[in-house]
Design a protein around this ligand. Structure first.
Ligand code: PEP
Ligand code: MN
Length: 360
């Protein structure tokens, strides 16, 4: 697939003065729940009503969705509010049922994008469709796998394509339910600047309080849309209760977000500059986190050395590290002088950490 301006046609056709907003509950629960939420969203910035009909659960025993019955509720919500509808499809039967019920936006979930078999089955079932099809990133941080899914749909002659960034699962517990790993969507955006990119802050956050910040970062990175889980009674939602927000909160968030509008060359310049600056901020944030992790490992070494009563400074090990890093630095276009300076500072901080431990 090559980048082409046409990739954005479907998005431009909405002629929105703000990013595309897809909102609605994690899961369709009852007819009145779907209709109630749709009516609360109708006069907001949300264009598309989302609701999961079939829920992919990591472990069995959780709410697995109401099934095809819920598609009728989405259809009714569309009739009553004029909103477009969106749901997740994970096999050819889901696709057939969703198309029969005139769902406008079909998305492939993170657990399906990991499987080329499933993606191909969905692509075949959707062959040539004029519906909008969005591909969530796979659960694992693998850009080629994500791109592969998009290519399969593109090869099936599906023209209205986009991607949803919902974060990546990690073994270590972080402040996120799914780590954003912003560098992955940034790289995808560099390769396909015209492929619409939508943020799903809900599944990245796993909680309500950081949804706004995630949305703002995405808009600063020039994302094209937001998909936010929204429920009139989030605490009592049947799935993902912790991360859903009310339609009222969504309106506040949209009011408070700084949205850039490209108008003239001066604005274009500032826009491009801001996007790059946000990329730098993301990387700086990762640098600090990585350094913090390195010091935690140094602390553990300090504890070992203390138990064994060994000296902190071990010159041979230090020289080995430096030699390796200078070489790796070269491969990354970093001067020897710079690598030396950085690593001396890092080494000094490690020593300070270990001294603290030794003196305890
Ligand atoms: C969802 O959107 O409710 C969902 C299950 O998302 P994901 O595939 O990103 O986990
Ligand atoms: Mn969910």
């Amino acid at each position: 697939m090559e980048n082409k301006k046409e990739l954005r046609n479907w998005l431009n056709a909405f002629e929105l003065p703000h990013p595309l907003v897809i909102a609605g509950p994690c899961s369709a629960e009852t007819e009145s729940q779907v209709l109630n939420i749709a009516h609360q969203l109708k006069d907001t910035d949300a264009t598309v009503l989302r609701a999961g009909i079939w829920k992919p659960r990591t472990r069995p025993g959780n709410f697995e969705g109401v099934g095809a019955l819920g598609l009728k509720w989405l259809q009714k919500a569309k009739e009553e509010t004029g909103m477009l509808t969106a749901t997740e499809v994970a096999n050819a039967t889901h696709v057939r049922l969703a198309l029969e019920h005139d769902v406008d936006v079909l998305w492939i979930g993170a657990r399906s994008t990991v499987s080329p078999f499933i993606v191909q089955e969905i692509a075949d079932a959707l062959q040539g469709t004029d519906k909008i099809v969005l591909v969530k990133n796979p659960v694992n941080p693998d850009l080629p796998l994500w791109l592969g899914a998009i290519e399969r749909l593109h090869s099936a002659d599906i023209k209205k394509l986009g991607v949803i960034h919902r974060g990546f699962s990690t073994y270590e517990k972080t402040r996120y339910r799914n780590n954003p790993e912003w560098q992955i969507p940034i790289e995808l955006q560099n390769r396909f600047p015209d492929l619409p990119l939508i943020l799903d802050p809900s599944h990245i956050a796993g909680r309500r309080d950081i949804i706004f910040d995630l949305c703002q970062t995405a808009l600063d990175l020039n994302y094209d849309g937001l998909m936010v889980e929204t429920h009139f009674d989030p605490d009592n939602a049947w799935s993902d209760a912790k991360q859903q927000i009310t339609p009222t909160r969504l309106v506040e968030i949209m009011d408070d977000l700084k949205i850039r509008k490209e108008t003239d060359t001066e604005a274009d310049y500032r826009n491009a500059l801001n996007t790059l600056r946000t990329q730098i901020d993301v990387i700086d944030h990762q640098l600090i986190e990585t350094l913090g992790k390195r010091m935690k490992v140094a602390d553990k070494i300090g504890e070992l050395k203390k138990a064994k009563n060994v000296a902190i400074l071990q010159a041979r090990r230090w020289n080995e590290i430096l030699g390796k890093m200078i070489l790796e630095g070269e491969q990354n276009q970093l001067s020897e002088e710079f690598v030396l300076r950085i690593f001396k500072a890092i080494h000094q901080e490690s020593i300070n950490h270990q001294e603290k431990i030794m003196s305890k």
